[in-house]
Design a protein. Structure first.
Length: 246
């Protein structure tokens, strides 16, 4: 009885002093297109910061009667979540941070399930980030960037420390649009640009009409169509949405 009371008191004291073990952040894949052998990816260290970004497209029709013109709301872009994760396995006898990084990289590739379902439209898994913020409840998107910097190595060259910058482009179910004409993500296609690609060529190849390139630009928050480059991942709207919002 005395020991139990002492244990309870110690637990309460620990909570009050902030010694409670923190919840580990993790990256997860959405149920409907998980890769084979999937397991949630728990981070080694919780991030010190992360960034959520969402932009709104507004055009202004010039009018001599109104300074600045008349604003026209064109839609809301997909939400972008970006962060840098720190991986450290230096203290392990045979430390190696590459397995977690390989998992992240594999999540940028189409899954076998999606390829089997539709060989013409293979899809990578949609990825979410779970760590307490209610704005991220139901948030899923495509991993559009995984940037890896290896910093510490074992004698044989095995990386034991790395910084991994990731970007996920998607939308939260809670923060998603209620306006059906919004440009928030309702596409489940992503394409990586290659040398020579333009928004017009992508629009022709994916949507059948080069003139629909503006819909791709707006969905991805691209202000300058000349600023795209090989290796850049872009989301593709459905043709119905692209034509409707033309």
């Amino acid at each position: 009885m005395v020991m139990a009371a002492a244990g309870a008191a110690a637990s309460i004291a620990g909570d009050l002093l902030g010694f409670t073990k923190p919840t580990k952040a993790k990256l997860v894949c959405k149920d409907d297109n998980r890769p084979e052998g999937y397991e949630p990816l728990e981070v080694m260290f919780n991030p010190t910061e992360y960034t959520l970004k969402q932009s709104v497209s507004v055009t202004r029709n010039e009018s001599p009667a109104e300074a600045g013109g008349t604003p026209q709301f064109q839609g809301t872009s997909a939400m972008t979540l970006s962060m840098t994760l720190f991986l450290d396995d230096f203290a392990s006898l045979e430390g190696d941070v590459t397995p977690k990084i390989s998992t992240l990289l594999s999540w940028t590739h189409p899954t076998k399930a999606s390829t089997d379902a539709d060989p013409n439209r293979p899809l990578p898994p949609m990825v979410g980030f779970e760590w307490g913020n209610p704005q991220l409840d139901g948030f899923y998107g495509f991993l559009t960037e995984v940037g890896i910097t290896y910093t510490v190595f074992r004698m044989d060259g095995t990386p034991v420390q790395a910084k991994v910058a990731i970007t996920i482009v998607g939308q939260s179910e809670k923060l998603g649009p209620t306006n059906p004409s919004s440009h928030a993500i309702n596409s489940k296609r992503i394409r990586t640009l290659t040398d020579g690609d333009t928004l017009q060529s992508i629009a022709y190849r994916e949507l059948g009409t080069p003139g629909l390139w503006r819909a791709i630009a707006e969905l991805n928050g691209i202000d300058d169509p000349q600023a795209i480059h090989a290796g850049m991942a872009v989301l593709i709207p459905s043709k119905a949405d692209a034509v409707r919002d033309r």
